[in-house]
Design a protein around this ligand. Sequence first.
Ligand SMILES: [Zn+2]
Length: 189
Amino acid sequence: MRSDGAKGRAPTASSNNVETGGKAAGTPAEELDAASGPDYEDKVTKFYLIPPMVLSRLYDDFSSLVGDKRTRLILHQAGYRCGSKMAEGLDIDTADRELMEGALQELLIQLGLGVLRIEEYSGNRVVVSCVDSNEARAMGKRDHPACNFTTGYIRGLLEGLLSVKFNAAEEACASLGAPKCRFVYTWPA
Ligand SMILES: [Zn+2]
């Protein structure tokens, strides 16, 4: 099925069947076919984007209740759970490093958290950069790295896919004035 104006092949939140055109979307048989296909692209559409303003408001509300440090852990953990959940059911050959890196890059693009790009994928280290992090933009200037949910989300995704425990750190953040955010994930060699 092809629709005019559809950009690229990456599925987005707009694929939720809100069609207002006069043309029928397809026969029931075709729709059933599309819905039941357990392929990679079907699975990666099944998540919801979180408005970044929600994250900054959660941060402000939680930090007034339990303090900054715990709040950052809470947001990291919330992101981690979302990333882990996203990884569930994805069928990617993680033993093939090139395939895994390509699939991971594709997933990162679809998160809606910013322009995420794998800078390094080697040995026991994965480095992801983010230009225009939505979370940093919503958080504004801070005196600490601000993309806690994003850091956790990527960690959850990586751990879910690779079944390895990672250390995670946001080593540069736009909220601290860096040109882009930089997330570093390492695990024991
Ligand atoms: Zn950041």
